[in-house]
Design a protein around this ligand. Sequence first.
Ligand code: NDP
Ligand code: 2IT
Length: 447
Amino acid sequence: MEAKRTIARVLEEVAEKNSNEPEFSQAVFEVMESLEPVIERHPDFAEEGILDRIVEPERQIIFRVPWLDDQNQVQVNRGFRVQFNSAIGPYKGGLRFHPSVNLGIIKFLGFEQIFKNSLTGLPIGGGKGGSDFDPKGKSDMEVMRFCQSFMTELYRYIGADVDVPAGDIGVGGREIGYMYGQYKRITSLYEGVLTGKGLTYGGSLVRTEATGYGLIYFVEEMLKSKGETFAGKTVVISGSGNVAIYAAQKAQELGAKVIAMSDSNGFIHDPFGVKLDTCKRIKEVERARIKRYTDEHVLCNYSDDYKGIWNIKCDIALPCATQNEIDEAAALALVKNGVMVVAEGANMPSTPEAVKVFLNNKVMFGPAKAANAGGVATSALEMSQNSMGYSWTFEEVDAKLKQIMQNIYYNSSRTAKEYGFEGNLVAGANIAGFLKVAYAMMAQGIV
Ligand code: NDP
Ligand code: 2IT
């Protein structure tokens, strides 16, 4: 009863203090919903204000990012870095460049990152950052000038043992390179301050593929628990960015047929199986729209309603685009079509109502914190390699990634059972991720 009351009070305060940040409140609600049995067993967590402290970022930085476009006109964007929790390691988490970015979005992502990073078993705290800059339609030189300006402010707050940003939506190898160059120029330090770096200057093999591959390794474990495999399964993947492409690649390698992918304009449905080489070229080289795929594969259907992708019948659905892309209606459509597994490559892609639909209908559901942790886990491996001044082979990193994803699956599923939520990986991942951070916070006093 006491635990319930504490959680209700914290939630009420979060909603009140952050009333203009709905995504942040949504992320906090989802974690807190799982924690009642934990607080019942550990009233000391409540007494020492762990819940009150964990929902408040340690530090939030907001800054001006001025840059010159190709017409020499001044442009101004807003930059963010939220250093959420450093109980178990330096802040770690991506940078998102997308016009929808605001403080609430970065806080939701930073909050999720605390528990995800904890689940990896590696020593990384939670943080996130980004900007409302839109890289679409910008020239390489505009992107470079923006990245340099962004880093000219951000460098003060980060460092290999302080805070280590990486990519997220709109931030890939090109942007990380420009930001790394500027950091090095300003500080004279050649250190692992960013992950997702190029292989010639300290990057780790497998980091590019890691989130997508990790997602598939996680789903492999989910399937295994029911005596199933990827072979012959149909897979629908939203998005066609970094996570989506490498999830598709690994799923295909394991014998599945990926039949649909999307971007924010629409989706392609290729019942013969998506030709990934075409998708990769369109997205990674041409930086064009997924619609172009139909120019080369004329039997493929295109629809300009990107949400319609969830109406396609499939065995496995992998949302890999953005938050709240699967609502209740989409979840019901997937269930009606007999979906077996839904696993989140994106961060918080399912609304709370959609998650309920999956859990109530006994769909195997892999929540983002657990299922997409392979990216940040491999970032932590990149950090280790940078501090050792040594690089592991592709096979070595891939094997470590696979082991980490298997551990996350078993840890989440065992913890769910231990706390009375058998089969519910949402609760299992939230609790397992929370416990490590809470113990570390308890040991370190009221800070
Ligand atoms: P990319 O920028 O490489 O790709 C994003 C993809 O999602 C694009 O196809 C994009 O379409 C689509 N998308 C983005 N925003 C929207 C939107 N508002 N509505 C519909 N479609 C959208 O990003 P990533 O692949 O890196 O990231 C995808 C998701 O995975 C994000 O939720 C991210 O937080 C999460 N994630 C990423 C990790 C990583 O290592 N990169 C690690 C863990 C999670 P369009 O081109 O039209 O914008
Ligand atoms: O959401 C995420 O976990 C990421 N965007 C990756 C973060 C990282 O530091 O590699």
